[in-house]
Design a protein around this ligand. Sequence first.
Ligand code: C2O
Length: 510
Amino acid sequence: NVVRYYDFTVSRGIIAPDGYQRDVLLVNGAFPGPLIEANWGDTIVVKVHNNITGPQEGTAIHWHGFLQHETPWEDGAPGISQCPIPPRTSYRYEFIASLYGSSWYHAHYSAQYSGGVLGPIAVHGPTQAEYDIDLGPVMLSDWHHKPYFDIIEEMLAPNGSPRVLSDNNLINGKMHFDCSTVAAEDKTPCTNTAGISQFTFRTGKTHRLRLINSGSDGVQRFTIDEHMLTVIAEDFVPVKPYNTTVVTLGVGQRVDVLVKADVGKPNSAFWMRSNLTVCSAARQPNAVAAVYYDRASASATPTSGAWSVPDPGTCANDDLDVSEPLYPIPLPDPTFTQTMDIESYKNASNVTLWKFNGVSMRTDYNNPVLLLANDGNYSYPAEWNTVNYYRNSSIRIIVNNNGPASHPMHLHGHNFYILHEGPGTWNGTIVRPENPHRRDVQLVRGNGHLVIQFDGAPGIWAFHCHTAWHASGGFLSSLIVDPDAVSDMRIPRDVERNCRAWERWSRHNV
Ligand code: C2O
């Protein structure tokens, strides 16, 4: 096992991924940011420099899906596992590539990742399925033309709408945009010739694509015209390979697929498509990229026709019996069971906010960091929305969604078991208890339920909706597992040093 070093600088920039120019935040000047690549078990070291100026902002980066069981303080969740990294300061993350497959990193400070601070992760591990070529990440993301901060301000203004419409849908940070749809008074530079992403298939070979929904809100439906997709992993969990024409991904979810280039001739070209479902708040929901076989002319426009895969309109993931983890783990008996409700409400100033488990959690970055703020019994103020599970070994959570919107539920630090998901309330049925589905994000449909269970590792773990706008509107909780073990953890000095630097900066700037 080796150490993989990366050096990230987060700064402001101006880009036009779809032709419409906007202010963004970038990692090393790129959108999406650079690929992190490692082998299973390697140590990943990322030195993050916060170079966000004009105006300055804190930041923190989360390595989505990694377990962080030895290093919960490297999880990148400000307010929970660290203070934000203050401007003009660096923080060095060091953690183990504890799982293999495909993932992404993203800022976990406010909705900063919607502003561009994100990138792909590929961890190479044992191959469960044969393929010839790794085509790498295929990042699917809804895209907004306004800076994230403005979106949040509008959303959280009195009578603001919690339903934030995206302007476009991107594949690996590219897509066309029809500038004539921009309002006449909007003088932002816009061109119709931004171009789309291109992929090359080698005729007769099998390719691996690492699909990642790195968007803010929308549920993606991914297809490649005339080609079957063989699913081999969902999030960081290898699954028994199965074939499908369409793959559904909620925000934060990843699906690894194999595609054999044996449909066309060596000079064929096909459309890759990713469409946001009707449950997504989108003005332009359809993204395309071009797939060229190796002898096709790269200026040719594909003429292929789309698969007929009607939008199911349910805003849910595929049924839990569609796929099955490759390496079975039987569901243990829960040692604790709890129900958590999702509700939206209007506060006294008519702002629509989310309540999760009875609390609307608005992170105040000047509060002490949970992991460091051990008061002896971990009784944090109610408005911090913590749940203490003490030393329970397997915790079952029944999530009841009391509203029409669907939510991609994400738990940090664990692959949770998914016992059931569906409309209404849970009837106690468990899908495949001998080998339940596992992943780190799962959609709960509107007015439905999701039942998960996880074997808790000592630490404090965010459990939240991955829709950026919902998390910013209060939809976040922190689960405390084994607080005694947490207080015995030897947290590196750097974590406290960063908090002191943040305190100094925020005293003068917030
Ligand atoms: Cu990918 Cu708490 O997030």
